[in-house]
Design a binder for this molecule. Structure first.
Ligand code: FRU
Length: 489
């Protein structure tokens, strides 16, 4: 075992080696080998963005859950590091967050110093049953090595389902706040703590919105307005699995207010929405301790529990979405979360799109498009990877739907895979479309980022022919930009 871990550690130094297999994402993070699911402990500390992730160090299916680790200086180029927090003595390390304990409130840092503290769900399953509780680990060396706190667990309700703590520092209250899920009760509980060790319940949120499946991976975050001179709002984001509108796993959000104790959802139009209207973005969380002035950044697992273990990739399985900067929009259609992909630093060769003439590119690439005129039918683009296989992205004005159709995109993976995912269009918003096409995914941002739609695809080729179409048969009027994207590896 140590030999295997030693070897992968060694190879992790050479980041360009081992990242060129078929379907291997070039602008999205994936571990060099083995299984990943949720991102964990997203945090910025001393010039580095840290991405921890649910990881099986021993295989390409779920199991032995540990925290994998990668670091980046720009949220795009990731360097995978050795496993941060491994499974230990029968305790798996489930999803959680990392905070920077600036004032050593926990006493876990070297005296007078700041350090990183992870708050994760410990999971045990034995003859006595299943137990999930909240635990701490700390790192005094910028996340390179981690020690479990000897007083664990720090929050234990003796429940089989109680998980995914998301912790942040509340500057007003001068204490830590934790949002944590009671999945089967469709509730998010809020706790506070002066030292990350003792937790006092403040309130509960839910059930509300969609409750067809477990509630997992909550995140309570403050989101600025996209316009000037508007107040921030608070957003409660919570994963739903299964039972999301597109099938399987999904992520709903509630816009509202947080008074330091309680989150209250707003009742205005649009206050309840989905952070992603595709099938493949789950358990997204935001980065803690971002530099002042930086908008919140959300990053999710680009997958769906319906078929996550069947993805035809090797020697890794699972990848993350692109990071997305968050703000909110308030207009005639109501309020909505707005997501802007962080991708511009990877842009390479540029082409201006001035007509609907077709052209060809190799994935990964980005398209920024504007469709002209107010057609009353369908306008969109098909991404052909051979004559029979294509993904179709379109605006359907008859049904007022934005959609991605991947029924003909390539390998079908599982019965739940070949689908058309939809989101409601708002005629008063822009008809713009940003597409990030990687070797095994299409991420779409439409209507000024108020619709995010992420879907995996498994085409036979990276060579992609862009064909603009409309339901009237006439070529639509389209303009915009196409960029080659440079690989992050
Ligand atoms: C969500 C989830 C979390 C849990 C983790 C285990 O995808 O089920 O609730 O902590 O995965 O890997």
């Amino acid at each position: 075992m140590s030999l295997v871990l030693g070897l992968s550690t060694l190879l992790a130094g050479a980041q360009s080696v081992g990242y060129d297999q078929p379907y291997r994402p070039q602008v999205h993070f994936s571990p060099r080998e083995h299984w990943t699911n949720d991102p964990n402990g997203l945090v910025y500390f001393r010039g580095e963005y840290h991405l921890f992730f649910q990881y099986n160090p021993f295989g390409d299916v779920w199991g032995h859950m540990s925290w994998g680790h990668a670091v980046s200086s720009d949220l795009l180029h990731w360097r995978e590091l050795p496993v941060a927090i491994p499974e230990k003595d029968g305790e798996m390390v489930f999803t959680g967050s990392v905070v920077v304990d600036h004032a050593n409130s926990s006493g876990l840092c070297t005296a007078g110093m700041e350090c990183m503290v992870a708050i994760y769900t410990g999971y045990r399953k034995d003859a006595k049953g299943t137990l999930q509780n909240q635990n701490l680990a700390y790192s005094r060396d910028n996340g390179r090595t981690w020690t479990r706190y000897e007083g664990n667990p720090v929050l234990d309700l003796h429940m089989s389902d109680f998980r995914d703590p998301s912790v942040f520092w509340d500057e007003k209250g001068k204490h830590w706040v934790m949002a944590v899920a009671l999945p089967l009760e469709h509730k998010v509980r809020l706790y506070r703590s002066p030292d990350l060790k003792q937790w006092t319940q403040m309130s509960e949120f839910g059930p509300m919105g969609d409750v067809a499946g477990d509630w997992e991976c909550p995140d309570l975050l403050r989101v600025p307005s996209g316009a000037k001179n508007r107040d921030d709002v608070w957003v409660m984001k919570v994963g739903l699995n299964p039972g999301a509108p597109q099938g399987g796993s999904g992520e709903q959000y509630f816009v509202g207010s947080f008074d330091g104790t309680r989150f209250t959802a707003s009742t205005q139009p649009g206050a309840h929405g989905w952070t992603n209207y595709g099938k493949d973005d789950y358990c997204a969380i935001s980065f803690n301790h971002l530099p002042a002035g930086q908008k919140p950044v959300l990053l999710g697992w680009m997958n769906n529990w319906q078929y996550a273990s069947k993805l035809p990739t090797s020697p890794w399985r699972g990848q993350m979405s692109v990071p997305r900067s968050l703000s909110y929009v308030k207009d005639g259609a109501g309020i909505a979360l707005r997501q802007e992909p962080v991708i511009a630093p990877l842009r390479g060769e540029h082409m201006a799109i001035a007509s609907s003439a077709e052209f060809t590119r190799d994935a990964p690439f980005e398209l920024d498009l504007k469709f002209d005129g107010h057609a009353d039918g369908i306008v969109g683009v098909r991404l052909y990877t051979d004559n029979e296989h294509f993904s179709e992205i379109g605006f359907d004005r008859k049904k007022d739907e934005f959609y991605i159709d991947r029924t003909h995109s390539g390998a079908t993976v599982a019965p739940e895979f070949p689908v058309r995912t939809v989101a409601q269009l708002h005629p008063e918003r822009l008809f713009d479309l940003r597409l990030i096409v990687d070797r095994s995914s299409v991420e779409a941002f439409a209507q000024d980022g108020t619709i995010a739609m992420t879907n995996l695809i498994f085409p036979g080729s990276t060579r992609t022919r862009m064909v603009f179409f409309s339901s009237s048969g006439q070529k639509p009027r389209v303009r915009g930009d196409a960029w080659a994207l440079r690989s992050i590896w």
